[in-house]
Design a protein around this ligand. Sequence first.
Ligand SMILES: Cc1cc2nc3c(=O)[nH]c(=O)nc-3n(C[C@H](O)[C@H](O)[C@H](O)COP(=O)(O)OP(=O)(O)OC[C@H]3O[C@@H](n4cnc5c(N)ncnc54)[C@H](O)[C@@H]3O)c2cc1C
Length: 355
Amino acid sequence: MTGQTATTRTEIGDPVGHRVRLKTMETETICGEDQSVLDAFLRANTWLPHGCSQGTCGSCKLKVIDGTVDHRASSEFILTAPEREEGIALACQATPCADLLVEPLADIADDGIVHHPLRDVLGTVSVLEDIARETRRLVIDLDELMPFNAGQYVELLVPGTEIRRQYSMANSPAETGAIELHIRRTEAGAATDGWIFAHMAVGDRVEIRGPYGTFGIGKPQEEAAILVAGGTGLAPMKSIVHAALAEDLVPELWLYHGGRTEQDLYDVEFFTDLDTRYEQFHYRPVLSEQNWDGANGMVTDAVLNDFDTLKGLSGYLCGPPAMVDAGRKVFKRRRMAPRLIHQEEFTDASDVKVS
Ligand SMILES: Cc1cc2nc3c(=O)[nH]c(=O)nc-3n(C[C@H](O)[C@H](O)[C@H](O)COP(=O)(O)OP(=O)(O)OC[C@H]3O[C@@H](n4cnc5c(N)ncnc54)[C@H](O)[C@@H]3O)c2cc1C
């Protein structure tokens, strides 16, 4: 259900909307004046490339061939003045001022992956527990099913504000009636310190928007895969491991999880058990600031030490931007093909960087 080949026109119920056409895909939708172009297409189940949905990664850049947009909160570092003059816009930020004809800069050829439409769903907190240092597991039972792909994320609306924050699903995509999230506290952070670690309680109602994102092993692949996670970057990896083992997506799978000390590790028993039960799955927790029986050092260096070559393997990186950068370097140093490297950076409001 990519919805990308047939001509479609979707009303969103917004009386003030503009017609937005996607060049080459023969697809169009109606986009409200306060709605981002990305939001309009994803709701209409037309897949557009995107990453963070908050204007920090730049993966959703598109060319506005005809019409004008309001760039809204687009940062000048991510979307430069020359780019704006050329008609480039961030699909996750730009809203239409007129009817538009647009073309994403990234390839939008059919990737053979089933995508699910973006939607707003309400849910109720059913589990809220401390699982590691400054880290909580949050399970939200959804009022209606929300299909997603392993590796995708949702946005949570911070109550009483217009702030939305992204969190990756950790549960199996076969469970569509609830979402499991792993959330790390950010000092003075609006969503974490101000809500999830402050006064959120079991039984609270939560406004959710999703699914978003392109990270994950979307379909069976011939290459073995290495997953490298830092901190709560383990969340999408857990979902990917669920899917990869259940659907036999890869011939062999390594999961590296990095923390400073044992207090940063979680779900160790879960992954150790999988490692024992599945011959093709290998779990490697790595600590950077504590000597122990397991691997020591930076999680990315553990990969470097364990493999002489990564030629012919695919790699998946998730966590803080610095860890993801280091992981890319290690993968390339060990000769992994750039097209086989996939990443999800947990950028936050302070991560608007010079691209
Ligand atoms: C695709 C994606 C998936 C993610 N998945 C997860 C996940 O599964 N688990 C997880 O723990 N996290 C995840 N994150 C990170 C998460 O979305 C939040 O960024 C994080 O929880 C911090 O949110 P907060 O509201 O608590 O902090 P914020 O209020 O956003 O503050 C974060 C930092 O930014 C600074 N800051 C705030 N506003 C500004 C500003 N205007 N300018 C400059 N600096 C500012 C703050 O001082 C602080 O240091 C993900 C991020 C992305 C993009």
